[in-house]
Write a protein that binds this ligand. Sequence first.
Ligand code: C2E
Ligand code: CA
Ligand code: CA
Length: 547
Amino acid sequence: MRMIESGCSLADFAVRLDYQGIILGVDSASFLDDSRALVGETISSLIHPEDVNRIEKAMESALFLEKKQSFVCRLLRKGAPVWVDCHLAQLPDLSPPEFILIAFDVSHWQEDENRISHLATHDPLTDLPNRLLLNDRIKVGISAVQRHQQPGLALQLLDLDSFKKINDSLDHAGGDELIRAVAERLKTLVRETDTLARIGGDEFAFILNGISQEKEAEIVVKKILTAMQRPFRIQDKNIYISASIGTAIHPDHGNDPVSLFKHSETAMYSAKDLGGNCWRLYDKTINPETSDVSLESAMHEGIRNGEFLLHYQPIFCASSGKLKGAETLMRWENPERGTISPAIFIPIAESSGLIELLGRWALRMACHQAKQWQAEGHPDFYISVNVSPRQFRQEGLLESIKGALDESELAPSSLMLEITEGVLMSDPEMSGATLNELRSCGVKIAIDDFGTGYSSLAYLKKFPLSVLKIDKSFVDELPHRKEDVAIVSAVLSLAKGLGLSVVAEGVEVDEQFQFLASRGCDLIQGYLKGEPMNSASFQEKLRDAWL
Ligand code: C2E
Ligand code: CA
Ligand code: CA
């Protein structure tokens, strides 16, 4: 059989198959490091059982559609399975039909992916889980309680007292050493099944599984407070330190990560108010704050009164500086409460179901607006709209998108939908089906907040995506923080391999911009080039500054 080339590199694996998937000839298989005679074997015996249906589907489609099919799967070899990028095509003019399958080793993608996910979920100084992973573990713990696998769960926040003063008495390295030493000591106090995370400069969090009573939480707290009182030996000095701890327990004090976190934080601040070096358990009397319920009813009224509006943040090409599109960001201007951040009202709209109404409205507004700006001399302008988790799972999503496009006469390819990584990965099979539907009507799809979830390579490759949006948290300390440089570089290389464009979010300073542009990031969004603004201001800039 002839050598098969792709670009300038030879395939790592290339075989000829009959229509039943039996190997007729082998061109290259050296990377399987396996001396099996492959001729006569079925191709599925070389593929990871979970991936076999991919090649079966590909053969079917190659045959009926008469088009080359691409997919990723795991090839089995003696050691671990290897991820490969496969291309399958039917050979011309043969009856019965035959196929050619070539594959390239892409295990480095997997390494990139593992690196990204570890860096994104751990604190670099202590290597403890960070806030993101903590949240995820809280969710897992809560669902274990709800399935009656454990009676409850306690979330404890610990903040070091007067850390700033102590930190000032040490140099920078000393401060870091102290935090590491505190982390090491705290680690010895939790069980394997619990989670200890670092969630801020001098802030730590514990998830204690299996705890539902105040007394049980108190036992652990006493151990922690006592352990903190032993001095730390840092740079030949004895450092004395204390901590304040706040605890909230599921199910008594909250049923979701956000309220549990908020309540343990309230309890922790109350411990600080008592002078520090002590513990408070959350109770409602600590802080009778505005409840979500009153905000929810204000939202209903706000919708009726037209208090919601859209702002637009420009997105520019990193190399040419040209305006490419805009992201729509919702705003709520309430006459009594002032401007309320979407970070606050979107989660409430999400849990109350109001998001379905707001989301439909935003889509319609955004499409009309984009059409208008295209007509005013920016024919290639695209508009990006956020789709919340509930909206994404909502039944009539496709219809409301088609409706908004029809009504505004905006071309589907000018509409981008932003869906967060976490939503897509929570049920990848269902997400894949929804994305394919959306894609088939011509709209484009961006993964939002990329890097903050745990994307699996196999799905990234399978989903019909156009854009990855790198989360602002990875851009903030570019180019100084080496972990962020590593993540952003890995994301850019991954995106390139998958043929996707990358938008960097939250670009605030020129140094970040220069770094991103030099590494081949396609698109830039952030205060440096333009803040979110109302439609009139955006229009004004379109007419002069961004022409
Ligand atoms: P997101 O989708 O990640 O949006 C980007 C956020 O970063 C926006 O915050 C934007 O104003 C902010 N931002 C952009 N550039 C910079 C920068 O250079 N520096 C800083 N510090 N911030 C920057 P915003 O508008 O507060 O929105 C917060 C979140 O609320 C959004 O995060 C999105 O998840 C959600 N959201 C906003 N509008 C909508 C909407 O219409 N529908 C849905 N479902 N969610 C929305
Ligand atoms: Ca977004
Ligand atoms: Ca984002």
